[in-house]
Design a protein around this ligand. Structure first.
Ligand SMILES: NC(=O)c1ccc[n+]([C@@H]2O[C@H](COP(=O)([O-])OP(=O)(O)OC[C@H]3O[C@@H](n4cnc5c(N)ncnc54)[C@H](O)[C@@H]3O)[C@@H](O)[C@H]2O)c1
Length: 272
């Protein structure tokens, strides 16, 4: 695929998975818009993209604010004239028991992860409908099928993103616009550092997670970026409304564990 002239917006691209996705697009040859609430990191990532690939535009954006989402689309159209791909990646998460949560905790997650995905899509779609083409890729999570305790707003948001993806996919298919989700498993970002830092025994925590990931390792942000790039490309021209898991097999293992635990595997393993 020829990416020259392709314009991709990535929200939350100032760090972690979003920064990895932005590099994948820039490396392929696309024009990339870095949209993030963190001005310092956003400018830094954009300067790096410009130095390495000769392209990159930073637009300071809080995806939970209507004016910022509209402003992001306006700035992109003013600079590049079109929007080919929107990647809704900006997200926040924290673990807290439900009975200790207040309304502000709920709003903090749902406003960014769910409402932000809706708002950015809503305003990008205006430009995409006009051109009768476009791709939206929503970064969801393994929480869409295998969630954890003390993650109610995050699980609700990511589950909502999955269903919103399907609804928009069928609504905008007649306009040639595809809408898909990507659900990453454990990825090497600040979240993974926080998990290890918070554990009493970091090695034990690491082992626990590795035991639940058939591929036995954490993925890099670029590995998520490669799947996103596929969904933005012509290679996935017949894929819409999908939720693709890039999780090293974790969700399969977690959702099948009970079933396997109830059966003996004796005699089912390959013989030497
Ligand atoms: N890291 C993982 O293991 C993992 C697993 C599954 C899903 N995810 C999802 O991937 C996405 C990226 O996560 P990450 O691990 O890279 O996190 P991260 O914290 O490294 O990056 C998130 C980015 O979003 C930005 N952001 C936060 N609030 C914003 C707002 N209101 N407006 C605009 N930008 C905002 C932050 O400044 C940051 O740059 C999230 O949607 C997250 O839920 C991550």
């Amino acid at each position: 695929m020829n990416w020259n002239g392709h314009v991709a917006i990535v929200t939350g691209a100032a760090s972690g998975i979003g920064a990895g996705i932005a590099v994948c697009f820039a490396e392929a040859g696309a024009k990339i818009v870095v949209a993030d609430i963190n001005e310092r990191l956003g400018e830094q990532v954009t300067a790096d993209l410009q130095a390495r690939y000769g392209k990159g535009l930073f637009v300071k954006t809080d995806v939970s604010q209507v004016a910022d989402c509209k402003g992001l689309m306006d700035a992109t159209l003013a600079a590049y004239g079109q929007i080919d791909t929107l990647v809704n990646n900006a997200g926040v998460n924290f673990v807290k028991p439900t009975l200790e949560m207040d309304e502000a905790d709920w709003d903090r997650v749902v406003d960014v992860d769910l409402k932000g995905t809706f708002l950015c899509s809503r305003y990008a779609l205006e430009a995409m409908v006009e051109r009768r083409s476009g791709a939206i890729i929503n970064i969801a999570s393994v929480h869409t099928v295998a969630t954890l305790p003390a993650a109610a707003p995050y699980a609700a948001s990511k589950g909502g993103v999955d269903m919103m993806t399907r609804s928009m996919a069928i609504e905008f298919a007649p306009y040639g616009i595809r809408v898909n989700a990507v659900s990453p498993g454990l990825t090497d970002t600040q979240i993974w550092n926080d998990i290890q830092d918070a554990a009493e025994d970091a090695e034990l925590a690491r082992q626990h997670w590795m035991d639940n990931i058939p591929l036995g390792r954490v993925q890099s942000p670029r590995e998520v970026g490669n799947v996103v790039l596929f969904l933005a490309s012509e290679q996935s021209s017949y894929v819409t409304g999908a939720n693709i898991f890039t999780d090293g097999g974790m969700t399969i293992q977690l959702t099948n564990r009970e079933r396997f635990a109830s059966k003996s595997l004796d005699g089912m393993a390959p013989q030497d």
